[in-house]
Design a protein around this ligand. Structure first.
Ligand code: SF4
Ligand code: SF4
Ligand code: SF4
Length: 298
């Protein structure tokens, strides 16, 4: 039995989270609460059950095993749910699913090993994501120590708000660190994520102490951070503190809507817009004009 942690899922065959074919480990918990978050289940370290109503055929198997007497409509009685997972075990349609579960580090590493051939043939490996991948420092350090010993490449995607010293052992084992920069303006950052960006910027500067390649990612959202001024200021800052880092601009998407639905949480953000290809390319040119190379893993 290994150390336990909260995990959303292990996603094999990922091709957007670093080089080659990777297994992405989504760890639960996040100190930010971004209004556009595509992984709302991962915002807290709590067991969570989802109900995908579009997959449900109304067979009633879930209701028959529920120790809390919850019927088919989970969202109507969600406050009673103790996330035991019994309904997910019997659902024939995968309409009831565990969206966050407690997992064992040794078991995760065993699963990761089953894909080792893909890593070696494609130059891939393992990527830690979330939620915030660094929110469970001891668990992350345990996982990265075991995977490092196996010799697999490791990358991490982080929002930048973490205890640097607590996760330094893991960061030092990474080949590539993706750090999200949501806004250069502290007040705007707080407005949209619930947190100031001061520590994010501090941690970003400290990445220079590590051997990993760094990619600063901006989720580009019209109505939030897609203005030229913000992108230029972000690129200038990156160039100043991490002259070898690249930047990747990712267009806003609302793919996470389905997860909000599964958790019974409303998602209604008409104020957020997706930049066009041309607008995004224009912003990439601004980044390059500030002396920062752009990257594209998507
Ligand atoms: S067991 Fe699954 S398919 Fe059947 S009613 Fe429950 S959620 Fe729907
Ligand atoms: S997770 Fe357990 S308590 Fe919650 S709805 Fe399913 S069976 Fe009931
Ligand atoms: S930092 Fe990422 S995981 Fe956390 S709330 Fe924001 S978008 Fe979601």
């Amino acid at each position: 039995m290994g150390m336990k942690g909260y995990v959303m899922q292990l996603q094999p065959f990922s091709v957007n989270d670093g080089d080659g074919i990777r297994t992405t480990v989504f760890l639960a918990g996040c100190p930010m609460h971004c209004a556009w978050c595509a992984n709302p289940e991962g915002c807290t370290q709590q067991l969570k059950i989802g109900w995908h109503i579009r997959k449900c055929i109304g067979c009633g198997a879930c209701a028959r095993v529920c120790p809390q007497g919850i019927g088919i409509d989970l969202n109507a009685e969600r406050e009673k749910c103790i996330a035991c997972g019994k309904c997910a075990d019997v659902c024939p349609q995968n309409a009831r699913v565990r969206m966050v579960q407690e997992a064992d580090a040794d078991e995760i590493v065993k699963q990761i090993q089953t894909h080792r051939l893909f890593y070696s043939y494609s130059g891939g490996g393992v990527t830690f994501s979330g939620g915030e991948a660094a929110m469970q420092p001891a668990f992350l350090n345990e996982l990265t120590e075991q995977i490092y010993d196996l010799g697999y490449s490791m990358d991490i995607e982080t929002c930048g708000l973490f205890d640097f010293e607590a996760v330094r052992p893991s960061l030092a084992r990474m080949d590539l660190i993706f750090l999200d920069l949501k806004h250069m303006d502290p007040a705007q950052h707080k407005r949209w994520t619930g947190q100031s960006n001061e520590r994010v910027l501090e941690n970003m500067a400290r990445l220079a102490e590590l051997p990993a390649e760094v990619v600063i990612r901006i989720p580009v959202i019209k109505g939030v951070n897609a203005d030229e001024e913000n992108i230029r200021a972000s690129a200038a800052f990156v160039h100043k503190i991490l002259p070898h880092a690249k930047m990747e601009l990712l267009p806003y998407h609302s793919f996470g809507k389905i997860k909000y639905e599964a958790l019974g949480i409303p998602y209604d953000h008409p104020e957020f817009g997706r930049p066009t290809k041309e607008e995004l390319e224009h912003l990439r040119e601004i980044v390059r004009s500030e002396g920062v190379e752009t990257a594209d893993f998507r």
